[in-house]
Design a protein around this ligand. Sequence first.
Ligand code: HEC
Ligand code: HEC
Ligand code: HEC
Ligand code: HEC
Ligand code: HEC
Length: 439
Amino acid sequence: MKRLSLFLGVFFLLFGYAFSAQMGKFKYSDFKKPKRCGICHKQIYNEWKQSLMAKSFVHAWDDVEYFKLALPHALKFEKVAGVKAGCIGCHSPLAFLSGDIPPKSPKAGTRANEGVSCEVCHNITGTTEKVPYNFSYVIKPGKVKQAPRKNIKAPHKVMYSSFLRSPELCGTCHDEASPYGAWVKETYREWKNGPYSKQGVRCQDCHMYHGPGKAARGRFHKDMAHHNFHGAHFESKLAGAVDLALYANKSKAVPGGVVKIVAQLFNGKVGHYIPSGSTEERMLWLEVWAIDATGKKWHIPVDKKGFKGEEYTIANSKVFAYQAMGEIMGIKNFKGVKRDGDVPDGARIFRRPFFDPKGRMTICQWYTKSNTLVDYRIGPRETKVETYTWRVPKDAKAPITIKATLYYSLVPSSVGKFLGLPKSEYKPMVVNTASLVLK
Ligand code: HEC
Ligand code: HEC
Ligand code: HEC
Ligand code: HEC
Ligand code: HEC
């Protein structure tokens, strides 16, 4: 029995991408369009519409990654064939459930474009897994909507659901195992193992704020669940997510002398690691610059700590990566693009590198064989301390300002430019800043 379940477990990890859920069991017409719900749930509809949930199939980077990379790869390489349907299981559940695989491109305007719609979450009744991942939701379309409140009177049937209110709902899509069995998304698991789950602070509490709102026409609640789902695409959500404190061992800068600078970074706002989610392409990095009285600038490199895999966490403009993109697109002798985009040499990068079966760093999470070499992200309520040893240049004129800026980017700029993504997908966003003056 034990061997059988082990066998099934391995089988699921290898092939689960294609067979785990209710693919093709339904029709688009079994699900109502979000606009229909929006007739009465106007405010919630408007909030949802602006979130990435409503754009999970149509927004530029998803469109490019699926149609230019993942789908062509799935069609020519058996090992990753499952992602043809797998990506869609999370990014366009209605297409997946209707067996519309692969869906037409967003330009065609089919119902695949609805993304993670009202009818997805409000018809999910549970998960097939003990610990959810890989679109393992169980869905029951029909008249009954899964509801967070008891004893609600509505013009349609509602049923109270503790699953809807649980982070496990989110975990069905926010954790992902690659066809090689690597955990390539584990926001739910990070949360579960962290301090917030123990205190009962759910995903819904931070991503669906509860406050005054009209839940439906004529129905006001002082604690309505807002459907913002703001994450790393919203600068306001990133702002201040990590505290930044800066100290120096001296108050004066003597040209030719050495100053030791310490930066402390505290993740006090994020319920999981930062970055999380699409970790393969996310970077959080700290730039420390010295600016003298004449405006002359020097970038100060971080002191090395000497841990395993540290070289992946220090920006180096000479290193190229992501060669698999060229391989999939059929570009001969593709050398890759800059691993760290435009991050200045020597800056500390808080990230978790993913590697393909050929050992090259990759942004193709479905083609990831391992990602356990090094994980230098900042955990929930974790503090990381970075030090800088700076020899003040002979020509520097006091006073000198030391300025630290913590940046975040969704995609390395080198990858964004190579694939022709809109700049908004890879521009650096400021998480925090701190400065001090050496007289
Ligand atoms: C004709 C108007 C109307 C339409 C259309 C409508 N609803 Fe509702 N719905 C309501 C009202 C009114 C309530 C009760 C809200 C309250 O009292 O908080 C409600 C309640 C709900 C609840 C339970 C809320 C809770 O607090 O537990 C959910 C979930 C829900 N609707 C989802 C949907 C979805 C999904 C759709 C589209 C498929 C939809 N509704 C379409 C009017 C409507
Ligand atoms: C049916 C699958 C599915 C479920 C269930 C789901 N999500 Fe998501 N979520 C997605 C997908 C797909 C994206 C990526 C959208 C994109 O970037 O294209 C996403 C993105 C997000 C983002 C990032 C938005 C940003 O601005 O960067 C947040 C935050 C989020 N979801 C929170 C939640 C929470 C909280 C829950 C549970 C209440 C949840 N999700 C349930 C599929 C799902
Ligand atoms: C990613 C999943 C997800 C999507 C998409 C989603 N909802 Fe919800 N919705 C939830 C969750 C989870 C709650 C309960 C939040 C909580 O537990 O605090 C909720 C709560 C509600 C409520 C009750 C609000 C209250 O506090 O009284 C209504 C009504 C509702 N949703 C309607 C909709 C409509 C209409 C849409 C589409 C425009 C939609 N939802 C899209 C997950 C979702
Ligand atoms: C204590 C508040 C808190 C809790 C709890 C929380 N989050 Fe977040 N989450 C944040 C903040 C703040 C950000 C923005 C910073 C960032 O991107 O990491 C964020 C970002 C995200 C992102 C974007 C990550 C990225 O870097 O692309 C996703 C996806 C997400 N959350 C999903 C979830 C899910 C799913 C859960 C529950 C398992 C959850 N969050 C629990 C606060 C929270
Ligand atoms: C288990 C569910 C799941 C599967 C399977 C999945 N995704 Fe995602 N995807 C998500 C979630 C959730 C996010 C949001 C994470 C975040 O915000 O960091 C996301 C984010 C993304 C993003 C980043 C969007 C952005 O704006 O930064 C791209 C691109 C993407 N997915 C493409 C794909 C492709 C292509 C596949 C198939 C190879 C795939 N996804 C498979 C759930 C999934």
